[in-house]
Design a binder for this molecule. Structure first.
Ligand SMILES: CC(C)C(=O)C(=O)O
Length: 446
């Protein structure tokens, strides 16, 4: 116990912050009149936890699947290493085999880091495997310290610091995962703990990393909200009270309140260099920040276009083809429907200029041309658009929504729904109908 700890530090009773977390009602977002300035670091990047938090939430990957996904992450990382690091379990022989297979590839990015139990044996393993950084669990709310670990804050702090010192003694960079930081007593535990980590970094010359884990998704992006929920306030407090460098700070979020991407971007804006995520957002319960979303946010914030974003589509295809996962159709950037419009009035706009209803050139950036779904709501414009797209008709060749063939085909579409149909029409069904109502488009010469 160092003597600069606050006197209330060793409090015997947990502080569960009931004024914000009543439990029998949704958590409250309290505003207390304070505000903090933005402070975006020069260098911002993404870190990945597909093989740790991501894998915790699904059937484990095989070694082959891990290496294939690692290749995709490497390609997605681009020449600047936008996906800077990815972390691996080292628990089983299979986990270690996967690490070795990825190490053999010799990529600079993403750097392979570890996730271990905080015991001496595991530090040895990290060292033997030639890994320079490892994550360790340093849970920081009283929900965890008191209710889960059965300790008080002083005991928890002493245990965590001793683990950090063991890592540093082995020359390994520890990354402290501050579990449940958005439900923790920031000035009563988080700040004093991080102050000690900064001191140890200075003494050892190895920068201890701090990963801020919004374990339950309670974080909010409002600078005026009270601690511990406000991501801006949390970062501001850490930076000003401990002097920790942005490069040592990382954000890790969960999506329980639909805030996962906004919170991650907010962490960048208020002082975190690293933001952690997983491919397709796989992660405990509602998942982690999806790497795909982070990538487009990163590009929006920095203007960096060094990354080949079409790899995002390859990744989604890999999950569907090799892992039997069906991406929910409405998922931004990767779902089947993310750039498909169904209403006739929208299709009308799309025919005039696709920019009206497409978020960006999805064909160029994701290999996913804008689509129009045909139902009875698609109108003649939707049918004409589908025909032109499907048959690759351009310029003068294009059929118009007023053409008798298109009108007749739309009449057929409406009939399908009058008979009680509730699903959209497939390309195969529409092709049969197009052959019937627009036979001139299917002549031999065409
Ligand atoms: C288990 C910890 C490190 C975590 O991933 C989280 O808090 O979300």
């Amino acid at each position: 116990m160092t003597n600069n700890r606050p006197s209330f530090f060793a409090g015997a009773e947990p502080n569960l912050l009931r004024e914000q977390f009543p439990y029998d009602a949704p958590p409250l977002i309290v505003f207390d009149g304070a505000d903090v300035p933005m402070n975006r670091p020069e260098d911002i990047f993404i870190t990945d936890t597909t093989f740790r938090d991501g894998q915790q939430a699904r059937t484990p990957y095989t070694v082959e699947q891990i290496t294939a996904l690692f290749d995709l992450l490497h390609r997605l990382s681009g020449p600047k290493g936008v996906i800077r690091q990815t972390e691996f379990f080292l628990y089983s022989e299979k986990d270690r085999q996967a690490v070795r297979a990825c190490q053999e590839k010799g990529y600079t990015f993403p750097e392979i880091t570890a996730w271990i139990r905080a015991v001496a044996k595991d530090f040895q393993l990290v060292k033997e495997m030639g890994i320079r950084e490892t994550g360790i669990l340093t849970s920081c709310s009283d929900y965890h310290i008191h209710l889960k670990l059965g300790m008080n804050r002083e005991q928890a702090m002493d245990q965590y610091l001793s683990v950090v010192k063991s890592a540093l003694a082995e020359g390994i960079r520890p990354r402290c995962h501050l579990e449940d930081v958005t439900r923790a007593d920031v000035f009563g535990f988080v700040i004093p703990f991080v102050q000690q980590l900064v001191r140890l970094s200075e003494e050892s010359g190895l920068p201890v990393k701090v990963r801020l884990c919004d374990t339950m998704g309670y974080g909010v992006s409002y600078p005026g909200a009270a601690l511990p929920r406000s991501v801006p306030r949390l970062l501001h407090a850490l930076r000003t009270e401990t002097g920790i460098a942005s490069a040592q700070l990382e954000w890790h979020g969960h999506n329980d309140f639909y805030k996962v991407l906004t919170n991650a971007a907010t962490a960048w804006l208020y002082g975190c260099s690293g933001v952690n995520g997983t491919l397709l957002g796989f992660g405990e319960r509602t998942g982690n920040t999806p790497i795909e979303g982070l990538l487009f946010e990163y590009m929006g914030l920095t203007g960096d276009t060094s990354v080949d974003t079409r790899i995002v589509t390859e990744i989604a295809e890999y999950f569907e083809r090799e892992l039997g996962y069906t991406v929910p159709p409405m998922t931004p950037f990767v779902g089947k429907s993310f750039n498909v419009t169904a209403a006739g009035i929208h299709a009308d706009g799309v025919i005039k200029n696709e920019e009206i209803y497409n978020i960006f050139d999805t064909d160029k950036l994701l290999n996913r041309p804008l689509g129009v779904l045909v139902t009875d709501k698609a109108g003649t414009a939707g049918v004409a658009h589908w025909v032109n797209r499907q048959l690759g008709l351009v310029g003068e060749e294009r059929v118009d929504k007023r053409s008798p063939g298109v009108q007749a085909m739309y009449g057929w579409v409406v009939c399908q729904y009058e008979d009680g149909r509730t699903t959209s029409l497939s390309d195969e069904e529409l092709t049969v109908a197009a052959r019937q109502y627009l036979p001139e488009l299917f002549t031999k010469s065409r």
